[in-house]
Design a protein around this ligand. Structure first.
Ligand SMILES: Nc1ncnc2c1ncn2[C@@H]1O[C@H](COP(=O)(O)OP(=O)(O)OP(=O)(O)O)[C@@H](O)[C@H]1O
Ligand SMILES: [Mg+2]
Length: 142
């Protein structure tokens, strides 16, 4: 089943993420797909807030580290595959299964390693459909 959501600005994307967090529990994996500036990190910020992170301003694209962990009621692991050369093996080396055993994993640029992701997972695609408009397509990959 596929759901669609149209976001008209960054606040709506954040708010969508905050609500979407209600569907997540330990072991949840969310694959975020979409171009540069599509709003993946904005969405992660909303999800983190929804999961109870104290200060969502600490959420940014992990640049110098491969994975960022946010302390929360349940740990959030935020990964960005943009700079990874071999995302599949690197994800395994990072301890993806261990992370899923403890918390929620949110992966930006997940399309780069989709065949390596353990099923089931949530896929959220963000597409530019205007200056500030984004089309979100949410599906469950079994
Ligand atoms: N509807 C919208 N949803 C999300 N972001 C929006 C929207 N409209 C405008 N923006 C702007 O687009 C940018 C999205 O940046 P963000 O870092 O979230 O993208 P990203 O997909 O994580 O990019 P990257 O691939 O570089 O990590 C922000 O500057 C934000 O203000
Ligand atoms: Mg980002």
């Amino acid at each position: 089943m596929t759901e669609q959501f149209v976001s008209h600005n960054v606040e709506e994307t954040y708010e969508f993420g905050r609500q979407f967090a209600g569907r997540l529990a330990v072991g949840a994996l969310v694959a975020l797909e979409g171009d540069l500036g599509a709003g993946k990190t904005a969405l992660v910020r909303g999800i983190a807030k929804g999961l109870g992170v104290q200060d969502e301003r600490m959420v940014s694209s992990p640049t110098y580290v491969l994975v960022q962990e946010y302390p929360c009621t349940l740990p959030i692991y935020h990964i960005d595959l943009y700079r990874m050369r071999h995302p599949g093996p690197e994800l395994a080396d990072l301890g993806l299964h261990e992370m899923l055993a403890h918390g929620v994993v949110l992966i930006e640029w997940a399309e780069r390693a989709e065949k390596h992701l353990p099923r089931p997972f949530w896929r959220i695609r963000l597409e530019h459909s205007g200056l500030e408009e984004r089309q979100l397509t949410i599906s469950r990959v079994e």
